[in-house]
Design a protein around this ligand. Sequence first.
Ligand code: SGN
Ligand code: CA
Length: 533
Amino acid sequence: MNYVYCFLFSFTLVTLSCKENTDQYDPPNIVFIMSDDHAYQAISAYQNDLIQTPNIDRIASNGMLFTNASVTNSICAPSRAVILTGKHSHINGKLDNLSPFDTSNVTFPQLLQDAGYQTAMFGKLHFGNNPKGFDQFKILPGQGVYYNPDFITKDEGRIKMKGYTTDIITDMSIEWLEKERKDEQPFLLMYLHKAPHREWLMAERHMEEYTQRKFPEPATLFDDYDGRPAAQRAEMSILDHLSWNRDSKVFRNVIEELELSPYGTDFGNYRFEHVLDSAQYAHFRKYFEPVNRDFKAKYANMSREELMSWRYQRYMQDYLGSVKSIDENVGRLLDYLESNDLMENTVIVYTSDQGFYLGEHGWYDKRFVYDESFKTPLMISWPGKIQAGTTSDEMVQNLDFAQTFLEMAGVKTTEAMQGESLMPLLTGQSNLWKRDGVYYHYYEYPGEHAVMRHYAIVTKDYKIIHFYHDEDYWELIDRKKDPHELTNVYHDHAYEEVRNQLHRQLDTMRQQYGDSDSLSAAFLEVYLNRRNQ
Ligand code: SGN
Ligand code: CA
């Protein structure tokens, strides 16, 4: 336990008190819960007209809810690399989902392990290689699957499990707490769901209810993308780009009969009858047959708007049905911690690797710096240290996690880390928090969903965005006046001063973080060469 002493002298925080009459600091356990593509709109602590998530909300009501948490690069593996390293994508090297993570990066779990923490990871990592710094891990290969998943394990090679993946990842985590956790060490548990990632396949127990539910439509479901060429070009429309079979669960015979034009993976290798075992498949057919019957009966008379509304409801049913199991399973884990006296000195975090569009702008998926995918849910509890039921609207990022956990543990951070510890905010000393904007950079283009490369600075009032490949133009969004982000005011004279100020702020920030046009050009060249090989 090299670094785990009383670090009061290095803390800015008197609230992190040492035990009385000893100089031994008692580092907390850290339970890091992350789901994949979980939109804040689908957590009732943030918004309660789509779904109730009473268990996830327990973390918020026991601690602090962040209403302005965001990611630096809204895509899976890059976000995870930022979380683990505390460095922006252009520094840690994980720019997109396509290349493997560079394991020479130092991660916060490695530092915690070196400092005496017992560490474990269960679920989705998506790095193309195994995690370093873990005493135990069982991770899904790649994206993982919803039912009967394989896991890559530290000690047993590749194993095959039976059942619903969200339940299995929870079973594994609880079993580790029960059987492998050592009382004499603090622990880090990374409990990482695959759900609610595409293709949104809910647990059998939710099919009856969720195939029948109806949800309110977002205000921008029928966005025409006027004045926003990158949004116009993106291929993530619920109406046009979801696959009929795999995503919308329209049966293949119905697709053929109605002559629906397939998109993406519809006629690839994916077959529900192969993904599910025969009992699971029978259950799936039972509840999706009425959906298909109903669709077949009305398709011929549907307008494009009606079809969009139908596809939106189908998407929401599957997405929110998948979220329901996450909430139940988070509840199971919290119950375990409670009933085993593990709450007292345990930090619990709930977040997602990024946000997600639930019909806003007519979209599913993420990648853009527009709010629904740029923002991510974040709530943190730590009894006695973080006041219960509090909220912070400061602009925090996944970039800040590594330094936050290290400070909580009393472990030194590395020079290379680029975030800020959230401890001042968590302990009610927000006067010590000085940040007036955050940086964003997305790279995976040309690629799936056709979201152009862009970087941006986001302040509480504005976003200034540079789309630089393969079109080159700027967008300016007035966040207060235009919360749905529909109007580009970059060329509006009224915003000239704001625009100049934001450009200056962006330049300073890029310098501070070590990003530049020449770096972007070099990354693009490597990416295009790799694609052409
Ligand atoms: C898959 C999905 C995409 C999704 C990416 C990245 N397509 O490729 O819709 O954007 O994952 O998601 S699918 O047809 O294979 O489902 S991420 O969360 O891993 O970044
Ligand atoms: Ca993701």
